[in-house]
Design a protein around this ligand. Sequence first.
Ligand SMILES: Nc1ncnc2c1ncn2[C@@H]1O[C@H](COP(=O)(O)OP(=O)(O)O)[C@@H](O)[C@H]1O
Ligand SMILES: [Mg+2]
Length: 601
Amino acid sequence: MRSFARDENPHQDRDDFSNLTKLSPYVWRYGKRVGVALCCLLLGKFATVCTPLVLKGIIDSLDQQSDAALTSNLVVAIPLAFLVGYGALRLASGLFSELRDILFSRVRYSAMHQMAVDVLAHLHTLSLRFHLERNTGGISRDLERGTRSLASVLNLLVFSILPTIAEFLLVGGILLYRYDSILMVVIVITVLVYVAFTLSMSKWRMSFRHDMNKYDSAANGRAVDSLLNYETVKYFNNEEMEVRNYNEQLKLWGEAGQKTQISLSVLNFGQGAIVTVGVTIIMILAAKSVAAGEITIGDLVLINAMMLQLFIPLSILGSVYRSLQYALADMDLVIKLLEKTPEIVDTDSGAELSVSRGDVTFNNVGFYYDSNRPILKDVSLSIGAGQKVAVVGPSGSGKSTLVRLLFRFYEVTDGEITIDGQSIANCTQQSLRKAIGIVPQDTVLFNDSIRYNIGYAKPEATDQEITAAASSADLSTLLSRLPEGLDTVVGERGLKLSGGEKQRLAISRVILKAPRIIIFDEATSSLDSRSEQAILSALNTVSKNATTLVIAHRLSTIIDADKIVVLDDGRIVETGSHQTLLKQDGLYRKLWDMQQSEADS
Ligand SMILES: Nc1ncnc2c1ncn2[C@@H]1O[C@H](COP(=O)(O)OP(=O)(O)O)[C@@H](O)[C@H]1O
Ligand SMILES: [Mg+2]
């Protein structure tokens, strides 16, 4: 289904001014350059505005020539100087406007670049909770929004709004200085009426555009949905109804489209009419003055040229206004995103976690994702340095949640987790995560080579290290079968590898990272028994000296654990070695018997 980033009504409550001031640092970092670019803008406009002045000189001197005798060479020289000046001014106007663009492009691209980097960095600080609640499309739109809104606002300011204001002031100044102030009064009134008309019309027109987008995506949504439900449509013989629905939405879309066009024509015509009335009044006034001998014909041409020059940039005011509204709306969303505070932050006193032994302790840990549904209840568990502790239990009992808490993707709601006696809530996230390695339940890979994905655990790793890690994780056979070996690209999210291959890749990452604390979250669940045996020995080598937390689905893989903890509905219900738990005849025994009979059958 198509979605429209611009469907949000741009007329919402927001403080544009404060948003703009928040973004201004991106531009002011290049203050000098911006200053020079603005000077070029002024000089360029000055040259543009002076062009009609020279034109007036040319006309007036030609006019005098026709009166005077055409004998002297001196008289011919005067318009020549004016003509050359005219050309020079036109050149200067073009030159300065290109200079402005060149100078400004660096500012614009750097600001966009910096903004995009900041948004990405900020998105990485936001919590897992935030990311689980959003779709990827939304996130990439946020990134795009940030740069787009900044670029649009800058472009509109520098290429449309500021030049128009500068031009208006310059023209106004010249006319006020040279001619009767009544001209200026008429111009100001005309411009005000023009601007008011354009803005109110544009606002009104935006609702039609909005309707168009709405009906368009509704129609598309219906069409796509009906095709996705192809079989259901056939089961119920509802083809006609689907087409009729589509037809109705498209009809509304067409009507809104027509209104958009009609309103555009009204806008264009209205703008033209206002300009014509204004210019006509001014020309009448000017012509009267010429007749009275107060000003020359050159002056009349000058005034006319300046009027037209003034109104040409104003004609795009409507679309400038619309783009500005969208850009400001985008900007608002980005600023709100940048102001979202991360859920997990390092405390001010945040010390580096120093891991000497690698004891991990959960002290009366309670946790919920949503306050109305507790997930972990009073979990106390300690894993001595170098020990291997297994957590087992039905799916959904909270095993993976334990791991997320240990990684501090969420803060515990109750109790605390310590490593070597230091509460992880007081350590920096970097130092904590450096100390722990994990083979997650679902391994998601980057759409890059196997080399890149294994090396992700240690970007400076040599090829030998990567190959060694791969072969310890029993990946050698796979690599030798792949024509491109380590350079094989794994596809989006690693879809070109099987579940077992992805898990082995994740294991080789941990081998490369060689942390003090290792977690296996159902690390062998996607493997068949034979590969499982091969990997288990690899796992044992990796974790020989490390503190190990194993979350296991198949109980046969954790018989040798120092301690087995049985978790049920977020609570620890049994603890002990394999043998003691079997004797206890509780949940563990039940799970064990179930798996044994499956294995036998
Ligand atoms: N981000 C989340 N938001 C809300 N509930 C969640 C979230 N993640 C997991 N849960 C719920 O928490 C419970 C425990 O999940 P988890 O720890 O993944 O179970 P498992 O023991 O199978 O690894 C499950 O019932 C799951 O639905
Ligand atoms: Mg799990």
